[in-house]
Unconditional design. Structure first.
Length: 307
């Protein structure tokens, strides 16, 4: 019908679908799914690094980390607002997260065991996020694409502060250098898992590419991240924990070892090192904030009566 043809024309022309435009139910549904889970990831992602704010080694590092964690909160709120333009209800999305009916990124279910993790998360996790989020600035849904433009600018600061923190530690004592290497060993493979399952097991990629929600596949972005990160690791002086990692002249890319997909699906399924702790923390924060929501609702109702 005419509306469907107009939708297809807008997507094919690389224009933006806007909230008031007609869109297929499936398009709306998969966008709410991806944007909500993206938002959940940002909010849960505050926990691993937030764990180190009170123990940062200097006022400068504390200020940088505070700014980064606050940015993540802002990214989450931005993305919940984008989900609401599709008719989603923010309170409902929070319930779904807390009740395990929606996902968040597997990466945030790993513990932050040393301050080097703050640097490695900035360098690898935010670096992977940038690889994944820059193409989303060209996603077909307008509010999501526009939210990504600001998010990506802030992610660049996140990645750079992490890398600079690690460069500083690598110029420090042997103990600090060893701390960085141990952190890289723990975070490298979970960072590759952030890009999602292999394309052959990705249930959403084909349709998301057709609708230009996704602009590249999981494996394409993973490969881009590996190729980008190897020279950075060399400059840093750390070893990436993959004996199969090597440049393949023919492919023009780095070959790398097999990812442990059993671990990935275990973590996605709720059985990772910190899943229960992350959700319990989010549930408690939500419950502790109930009085603020009730007061705001009472105030709004009162204002309504007076108006
Ligand atoms: N963690 C948890 N679940 C994951 C996952 C991961 N790393 N990768 C994939 N999944 C889930 C998918 O959500 C999907 O389940 P669902 O159908 O119930 O939603 C299932 O595994 C199959 O995966 P698909 O490849 O079919 O799913 P997608 O097409 O949605 O691709 C994605 C997954 C690449 C994460 C895509 O959703 C995406 O690009 N999302 C937006 C970016 C995002 O959410 N990034 C998360 C990190 S945010 C972040 O890093 C913040 C920064 O500040 C550090």
């Amino acid at each position: 019908m005419e509306l469907e043809r107009e939708f297809e024309r807008v997507v094919a022309a690389d224009h933006r679908v806007e909230p008031r435009d007609w869109m297929p139910d499936g398009y709306r549904k998969t966008l709410v799914r991806q944007i909500a889970q993206h938002a959940h990831s940002e909010i849960i992602g505050m926990q691993p690094e937030g764990n180190w704010i009170s123990r940062a080694p200097s006022l400068r590092r504390k200020a940088i980390l505070l700014a980064k964690v606050q940015d993540e909160a802002g990214h989450g709120l931005y993305l919940y607002a984008a989900a609401e333009t599709l008719g989603a209800d923010r309170a409902d999305l929070t319930d779904k997260l807390i009740e395990g009916r929606q996902k968040y990124s597997s990466i945030f279910n790993y513990p932050t065991l040393s301050f080097a993790d703050v640097g490695v998360i900035g360098w690898l996790v935010d670096g992977a996020a940038i690889c994944n989020q820059v193409p989303l600035c060209r996603t077909s849904y307008g509010p999501y694409a526009r939210a990504m433009i600001r998010v990506c600018k802030e992610e660049s600061f996140h990645q750079r502060q992490g890398y600079e923190l690690l460069l500083t530690m690598m110029r420090g004592t042997q103990e600090q250098r060893d701390m960085v290497q141990r952190s890289v060993d723990r975070w490298w493979w979970p960072s590759l898992m952030m890009f999602g399952p292999p394309d052959t097991e990705s249930t959403n990629t084909e349709q998301s590419m057709k609708w230009r929600i996704k602009r590249h596949t999981n494996d394409e972005l993973r490969q881009k991240f590996v190729d980008m990160t190897v020279p950075q690791a060399e400059k840093l002086g750390v070893t990436l924990p993959d004996p199969d990692l090597k440049w393949n002249e023919e492919r023009g890319h780095h070959d790398f070892g097999e990812i442990d997909w059993t671990e990935f699906w275990q973590v996605v399924g709720g059985d990772g090192p910190c899943n229960a702790q992350r959700i319990a923390h989010r549930r408690k924060a939500h419950e502790d904030g109930a009085w603020v929501r009730e007061a705001a609702a009472a105030y709004a109702a009162k204002k309504e009566q007076v108006a």
